[in-house]
Design a protein. Structure first.
Lengths: 215, 50, 264
């Protein structure tokens, strides 16, 4: 399943760049809108990078089940009796590899634009690496709930932003602590705990959501 | 501004919000009953004619 | 109970569990409709009595606060509303969980009808909290832990309500919204603690009531208002549930029977 999704994604690789372009565009809007003062940008950098990552993820989440939903293969998965939870897990992992991981790789560039101080760079990459999967996993639940709706995509963002709030707070907390040369391991630990929690629970909830949507 | 202004505003806002929350189902209820009775009246006529 | 009576048809079970019977009845729409119809007026009267008492004691009899003067009296609507906003969400999620696992339709109805009431309390808590903040902190909005949590809670409520109304099939929509509510409940403590922590990180601790203990004359009105808001919730919930049952079961026989002698 994982291989299948990665293969499908590879075939549509131009589409995958949209969320990345979105990230770049959104982040560059901030200096343009606020002014290029390095101190100001550096102070808001963690938040800006993270908010842009959140928005980019939400945009890309629609790809998660949409294609399978539209061509009926989602129904086939459910009817086949295979564990829907593990199918969801595989698809979410594929989704992250294709959208979250590029975000992580691109983040140093974006951090540079926002004048993020060097000590914080490591924390930023680590926080993105740990927490973008959380975004994918938790977001998948939202996708499962809205997949059968006409305006599902718009509703999706409203539904999952409250669920993303803790991730945002802790991740930016880590980066800001690192920027002040304070220890930030605790924050990353919390993110790791969140990751473990989402990996175990979110596929179950996503499977339940898909079953409801396709019932 | 003295504190009483804020107290009045706070309780007034709460009263409006909660009052509207309380009244709107009552209005819907009356409307639903009226609709039901209109429908069952029409339905009975159909039954009589059939 | 069924198997017992099969073996001993002449013998009733030694003790009919009245509570189980009650819950069993509640699951039946016509029974619920009639029962709720009787409860609602009682609840409203109780609410009125408690509110008048509580507000009288809180607004007139309790002495002014040492630090905050008169404006602390907003507490008597703000705090009960905030308590209700959280309790109703928890209740809604529990009802949603029961509805999903045991497929009980009445639980779906009750959960969906709870959402607007909870959202209203959350909004009231936000506005009263904001108006409490102006004389206390000098500004209408402050990103303190409680207000920020309430704001996120409001978004959670609106999400549940939006998801429910987005579906054409009401029962499917109710199930989806129930799942969302349960997911939100799992997240709620996480959100709470992260917001609280975020707040202490970025700002001094918010001002609460003066002193570490509340004077009894300040406490009683608060408790009375807390019970009053519960009566409000139940009365409103039962009314909304009755309306939803009428709308959903419009074609069924029990509706016609129930409305037989009722004025429009």
């Amino acid at each position: 399943m994982l291989r299948r999704d990665l293969l499908l994604a590879y075939r549509r690789r131009s589409e995958l760049l949209y969320p990345l372009f979105f990230l770049l565009v959104v982040v560059s809007l901030f200096p343009l809108g606020i002014g290029p003062s390095p101190d100001l940008l550096a102070r808001i950098a963690p938040g800006v990078v993270w908010i842009a990552a959140l928005l980019a993820t939400v945009i890309s989440l629609d790809n998660l089940f949409r294609a399978d939903f539209e061509d009926g293969s989602l129904e086939q998965f459910i009817l086949s009796g295979q564990s829907l939870g593990s199918i969801a897990l595989a698809k979410i992992v594929a989704h992250w590899l294709v959208t979250g991981l590029p975000l992580v790789i691109l983040s140093p560039l974006v951090a540079l634009w926002m004048q993020l101080p060097a000590p914080a760079m490591g924390a930023m990459v680590a926080s993105l690496a740990l927490a973008t999967p959380i975004l994918s996993f938790v977001g998948a639940i939202g996708v499962g709930l809205t997949i059968s709706l006409r305006r599902g995509g718009q509703l999706l963002s409203l539904l999952i932003f409250p669920l993303y709030v803790p991730v945002l707070i802790i991740a930016t907390g880590a980066i800001m602590a690192a920027a002040d040369s304070l220890p930030y391991g605790g924050f990353l630990g919390l993110l790791l705990a969140g990751l473990i929690l989402s990996v175990t629970l979110a596929p179950l909830a996503t499977a339940a959501a898909l079953r409801i949507s396709l019932s | 501004m003295d504190h009483f202004f804020f107290i009045w505003c706070a309780y007034g806002a709460a009263a409006i919000i909660l009052g509207w929350t309380a009244i709107s189902p009552v209005i819907s209820h009356r409307r639903a009953i009226r609709e039901q009775q209109a429908n069952s009246g029409a339905g009975n006529q159909h039954d009589a004619n059939a | 109970m069924t198997s017992e009576s099969a073996h001993n048809p002449a013998q009733r079970p030694p003790r009919t569990n009245a509570l189980m019977l009650f819950f069993h009845h509640l699951g039946s729409p016509p029974w619920f409709y009639a029962f709720a119809g009787k409860c609602v007026p009682v609840l409203w009267i109780l609410f009125a009595v408690l509110t008048v008492t509580g507000l009288y004691l809180g607004l007139f009899k309790a002495p002014p606060d040492y630090l905050q003067g008169e404006s602390f009296r907003i507490m008597y609507i703000h705090v009960p509303a905030a308590w209700m906003s959280m309790m109703i969400y928890a209740g809604m999620a529990v009802m949603g969980f029961i509805a999903l696992v045991w497929r009980i339709r009445m639980m779906e109805v009750l959960a969906m009808c709870s959402a607007p009431v909870g959202a209203a309390f959350t909004l009231a808590a936000l506005i009263s909290g904001s108006l409490w903040g102006k004389p206390t902190w000098g500004t209408y909005w402050v990103w303190d832990a409680r207000l920020t949590s309430e704001l996120v809670l409001l978004f959670l409520y609106l999400g549940v309500m939006a998801l429910y109304s987005a579906y054409d099939d009401q029962r499917k929509g109710a199930r989806a919204a129930c799942l969302l509510a349960v997911v939100g409940l799992v997240n709620l403590p996480i959100i709470h603690y992260s917001v609280k922590w975020w707040n202490t990180l970025h700002q001094d601790a918010s001002i609460g009531l003066s002193g570490s203990s509340i004077h009894p004359s300040m406490l009683w009105p608060l408790l009375i208002m807390a019970i009053a808001t519960k009566c409000f919730y139940l009365a409103n919930l039962l009314t909304r549930a009755r309306v939803m049952l009428l709308e959903q079961d419009g074609r069924k026989g029990w509706v016609r029977d129930a409305l037989a002698g009722v004025r429009g």
